[in-house]
Design a protein. Structure first.
Length: 702
């Protein structure tokens, strides 16, 4: 690897030392966060910042607490995969209601630490005795009790085990929820701290996926339950558990019709557990219901219903929700699908000029939202008046802006653009930190490149594209093209966020014109753009990638369309293999990493949302499978897979390799023992170096 790749690997792609996992406490006086000590330190510690003085205090250092950490519990390791967390040390934490006490797990051990309400030395982290390796500990509101999971059972301190021994998994999120529905937790304390809402997950009907490490044949294989498209899902129930097992109450809704639980919560602020709010979805995710449940009887009633003939887009966090005045806030499309909008009690609140991406919080009498008002590569933070629809910008300059809010009114605004990432703290009384600095301090490696890609909308569909050229490129010099896109639903590549352009600039400096295309089906352009992929991954993806490439070639004469390489990972790997298999006239070499080559073997919640059930639409799945295309390969193809990938199982790549071998089609295969879907520990950079060598050889580059 060269200097850039070594730097990228040692800094976890420039993320070590950057603060993350922010949470306000003590009515906005404290800002909790996780951060390591510098750009090559992988171990995140727990910190708290006093917003009045901007003083940071490290409250827990994982290396001091666990001098011999050992292996992570399996459930913790898999949660880190689901949440794409590469840092070591403290992965997450949970706060008491007053925001003064945090609890966290560290290599299966449970710790508690308190930041006093008055200034002074914080308490030292205290390890608490547990019944076994700890996962997802959470304190009740006054921190008098802590719930945690061990060996798939829910326990409390004090109190011991509270879930029955019935063979199910208690207090955890199943694979579909954690990977595809953005729900990573499975238990919630009531506001009075006396009862727990807990998920009961029965995976007995699911098939098992197995992993073996061929580099260590002495180790046993590992397995887990996987919900394959068209097959059974986990049976998920919600129960209210009290101090005694006789108090258990099951929440009653039509779980057969609505099997997915995408959110659950006790509304904050009540001292008595008056109600529970839960969001459930049908299997094809065309109907999303917000339900209110009585914790004493388990009876539920419907508060709102959001429907869509294709699917209800899951990319609008914060909805559905009930406002303080009782009105129902839901997502909606404007007529014709021009914008993702908000509706109050079924009446549109926003219009075509605003692409709403998130409802962050209520802020006084207004709603704090993240939305796009201009180019989809940018994002603004706005205040929305729910009575008038009036918008007030809080952060609307060029770039990608996001926000975290405290209930008392404090805000943490994050801004990302070509010059880097900055955070500004605004206290409830109106004070703000210096917008040129970053609060909390960012100790990550400064980004090596300042990249300003050429952004253009092309084709009759207005597809967003980005072009990155070598630094110092001389106009008139013809360049081979490298297509580097993800292309799949739920993801946006063409964004003003600066970290995603660092590796593309490196590729450009190797002598490529790097092209990135957000074809129809990707996120944040419009509902019409996103839903165009319905029941047709391959056709829409490839059509837009080819059309955008040709449009850019017509606009930029330095792009040599007789030498076009394509690379990608995950859905981007699918796109890469698809490109050379079906359009060898356009694409001349491909590197396909972790490609889902046959969506009949991918998970239920993702695949069925877009393609329907394979039993009902077998032609859709057959059309989008790459296996039947193997005999037609005429271009160089490099396949890469991690043998510990529990998201896109390595069997996807190996089946395509087998089909190519059976058809007598030469190709290259790299299978990496111990490497997961996230390619941690420098694996991604090593793969990039091998891809570069492959492309130089196959395209005839010097």
């Amino acid at each position: 690897m060269d200097d850039f790749l070594r730097l990228s690997a040692s800094t976890a792609r420039f993320t070590y030392g950057a603060p993350r996992a922010f949470a306000f406490g003590d009515d906005g006086r404290l800002l909790w966060f996780l951060r390591s000590t510098g750009p090559t330190d992988p171990f995140d510690s727990l910190w708290a910042l006093d917003t009045a003085t901007a003083t940071e205090t490290r409250l827990a250092d994982p290396r001091e607490l666990c001098t011999e950490p050992g292996d992570l519990p399996v459930v913790e390791r898999r949660l880190r995969e689901r949440s794409r967390l590469v840092a070591a040390g403290i992965g997450s934490y949970a706060l008491s209601a007053d925001g003064l006490t945090a609890v966290f797990a560290l290599h299966g051990r449970l710790y508690e630490v308190t930041r006093p309400a008055e200034s002074g030395a914080p308490a030292q982290p205290k390890e608490l005795p547990t019944a076994g390796p700890v996962f997802d500990p959470r304190p009740n509101p006054d921190a008098s009790r802590i719930a945690y999971v061990t060996d798939d059972a829910l326990h409390t301190i004090p109190g011991g085990r509270v879930s029955p021994d019935d063979g199910a998994r208690w207090g955890v999120a199943e694979f579909a929820a954690a990977e595809e529905l953005d729900r990573h937790r499975g238990h919630w304390w009531s506001p009075d701290g006396e009862r727990l809402l807990a998920a009961r997950v029965d995976e007995s009907a699911l098939q098992r996926r197995w992993f073996a490490d061929p580099a260590h044949p002495e180790l046993p294989a590992e397995d887990f339950a996987y919900p394959e498209a068209g097959g059974p899902n986990a049976d998920v129930q919600l129960w209210v558990l009290g101090p005694g097992r006789g108090a258990a109450v099951r929440l009653d809704w039509d779980t057969e019709t609505y099997p997915y639980v995408s959110d659950a919560q006790w509304p904050p602020g009540d001292t008595a557990p008056a109600e529970i709010l839960l969001t459930v979805q049908d299997r094809l995710q065309q109907n999303v219901l917000l339900l209110c449940a009585d914790p004493d009887t388990g009876r539920t009633r419907e508060l709102s219903r959001t429907t869509h003939p294709q699917w209800v887009d899951p990319m609008l966090p914060g909805t559905p929700a009930r406002l303080a005045d009782g009105r129902m806030l839901t997502s909606a499309d404007t007529p014709g699908g021009a914008a993702r909008a908000l509706a109050l009690d079924g009446v549109l609140l926003t219009g075509d000029g605003l692409q709403v991406r998130k409802v962050a919080a209520a802020h006084g009498t207004r709603l704090l939202i993240e939305a796009g008002q201009r180019d989809p590569a940018e994002q603004q933070v706005l205040l929305l008046d729910p009575d008038t629809g009036d918008l007030t910008p809080l952060a609307d300059g060029p770039g990608v802006h996001s926000v975290l809010a405290a209930s008392a009114g404090a805000l943490l605004l994050s801004s990302a653009d070509a010059d880097g990432i900055r955070r500004v703290l605004r206290t409830a009384d109106g004070r703000a930190t210096d917008p040129k600095s970053s609060v909390p301090g960012d100790l990550s490696q400064p980004l090596p490149y300042r990249v300003v890609p050429v952004l253009e909308r092309v084709t009759e569909h207005g597809v967003p594209t980005a072009l990155v050229l070598p630094r110092g490129h001389v106009p008139g010099t013809r360049l081979p093209v490298l297509m580097d896109s993800y292309g799949g639903p739920g993801m946006q590549d063409v964004s003003a966020e600066p970290r995603r352009w660092q590796h593309r600039q490196w590729w450009a400096d190797q002598g490529f014109a790097v092209v990135t295309v957000d074809n129809r089906g990707t996120a944040y352009v419009s509902p019409q753009h996103t839903h165009a992929m319905y029941r047709g991954f391959s056709e829409v993806t490839l059509e837009d990638q080819v059309a955008a490439l040709q449009a850019l070639g017509a606009r930029h004469g330095d792009l040599d369309l007789t030498r076009v390489a394509v690379r990608g990972w995950s859905y981007g790997g699918y796109l890469s293999a698809l490109a050379v298999l079906r359009r060898p006239d356009v694409f001349h070499a491909a590197a396909a990493g972790a490609a889902p080559t046959d969506f009949r073997q991918y998970d239920t919640a993702y695949t069925e949302r877009y393609l329907g059930l394979p039993q009902e639409h077998p032609e859709v799945y057959e059309r989008d499978s790459l296996l039947s295309d193997a005999a037609g390969l005429r271009r160089p193809l490099l396949l890469v897979t991690g043998l510990a990938d529990d998201n896109v199982h390595p069997s996807h790549t190996l089946r395509l390799s087998q089909a190519l071998t059976d058809a007598g089609r030469p190709h290259q295969l790299i299978a990496l023992p111990g490497v997961t879907h996230m390619t941690p520990g420098g694996a991604r950079e090593k793969i990039m170096a091998l891809e570069l060598e492959f492309f130089r050889k196959e395209l005839g580059l010097a």
